[in-house]
Ligand binder design. Structure first.
Ligand SMILES: Cc1ncc(COP(=O)(O)O)c(C=O)c1O
Length: 383
């Protein structure tokens, strides 16, 4: 244990693993029983911590993990030698051989990739699993849809690769149901043009969290790729997925380092972007953008103290943030606990609201909590 391990925390995140497990089960229960659950755990499981999150999702029965890179796949391999893993990002040429070493399925978008992975599979004496990605309008990874049949034929003919899945990704599932429906239609039409597709056991998948909202009940897809929703966050504030009743897994906490009274007219923090209109009591929090409280929250965000919302005054600094505690009932003191995201008393700040203060999205907020911030794991037995 490091010398600092015993020190009280100044800023930390709590990860509610029991809620994570409940969320997976609720999402599963909302889907037809044959649908496979691909847990998207890239970027350190959306900042929740890959190791603990994936272990809990394994316990909850995730069928497959999706990660962004081989380092994340290698970390999962420390938990399980054979749990299926799909790499969602392109593979660099000097990474190819690790696909076989780690037994990871690659996403393929091009003939060159198929040839490379074929060579790896042949050299290893065991085919490399691949998921054929079809670009139906995302304009990012995947083979452009009219060219998919040719790539599919190449995969089928290559002894060193094994087709394990076919998928697409929606560009605007959270805000353009019309375009999402068009992508679904194109994906289905492309699947129809792949001969013998139904003959092999394949995962066919398209829906991310937002996609689940518009997925038809009779979908022919047999897997979903879920990231945000399993962490208890809706892909947009008015999402119909509220009916699934997932709960937040992440909360973000800090402490009060100093309380003081300042006279009217005082400028607050760097650049003095806020001037006190009247005498106020302010508290200095022991967290800043060095922890993942975005500078864009300056003069916009709020925190919870004694269950009350307190506005951020002036610029968020690297390690400190000033808030107005004048209206907080009771005496705010050095050492008090403040909530940046989560619940305190009757107050609540969601990741979505916190992200909006910084003009960003929950995905970015969660993955921007820095490595200075310890993650405390709350299990069914407590912290
Ligand atoms: C290809 C792919 N599928 C699924 C997901 C999961 O999306 P969400 O977090 O919206 O569920 C992502 C996330 O970025 C992704 O890139």
């Amino acid at each position: 244990m490091s010398a600092s391990a015993q020190l009280p925390l100044r800023c930390w995140a709590e990860i509610d693993l029991a809620a994570l497990e409940r969320n997976l089960k609720l999402i599963r229960a909302s889907l037809p029983p044959h649908i496979k659950y691909v847990a998207v755990v890239k970027a350190d499981a959306y900042g929740h911590g890959l190791h603990h999150t994936a272990a809990q999702l394994m316990h909850a029965g995730a069928d497959l993990f999706a990660v962004a890179n081989l380092a994340e796949a290698a970390a999962l391999r420390e938990l399980s030698a054979d749990w299926p893993i799909l790499l969602l990002s392109p593979v660099l040429p000097d990474e190819d051989r690790y696909l076989a070493d780690y037994g990871v399925a690659a996403t393929v978008s091009s003939a060159a990739e198929v040839a490379r992975f074929d060579a790896v599979g042949r050299a290893a004496g065991r085919p490399v699993a691949v998921h054929l990605k079809i670009d139906t309008g995302m304009g990012r990874l995947g083979v452009w849809h009219p060219q998919a049949p040719a790539l599919y034929a190449q995969i089928r003919a290559a002894a060193g690769v094994r087709l394990a899945g076919v998928f697409t990704h929606f560009a605007s599932a959270d805000d353009d149901p019309g375009f999402t429906a068009e992508q679904r239609r194109l994906f289905l039409a492309t699947l129809d043009a792949l001969p013998g597709l139904g003959a092999a056991p394949l995962l066919v998948h398209a829906d991310n969290s937002a996609g689940l909202e518009t997925a038809p009940g009779d979908s022919v897809f047999n897997a979903v790729r879920v990231g945000l929703l399993q962490f208890g966050i809706l892909p947009h504030p008015h999402s119909l997925l509220a009916r699934v009743r997932t709960e937040p897994v992440f909360s973000f906490h800090t402490r009060v380092g100093l309380v003081k009274k300042l006279p009217a007219g005082t400028g607050i923090s760097y650049g003095r972007t806020h001037r006190l209109a009247s005498a106020r009591t302010v508290a200095l929090l022991t967290a800043g953008y060095g922890d993942g409280l975005p500078r864009a929250c300056s003069n916009r965000g709020h925190v919870l103290l004694h269950g009350r919302r307190c506005p951020v005054l002036g610029r968020v600094c690297m390690d400190q943030t000033v808030v107005d505690v004048t209206n907080v009932p009771g005496v705010v003191q050095c050492g008090d606990y403040a909530v940046l995201v989560g619940r305190q008393g009757a107050g609540e700040i969601s990741v979505t609201e916190f992200a909006a203060w910084a003009d960003t999205i929950p995905w970015e907020t969660l993955t921007s909590v820095t490595k200075r911030v310890p993650r405390l794991y709350k299990t069914p037995r407590g912290l």
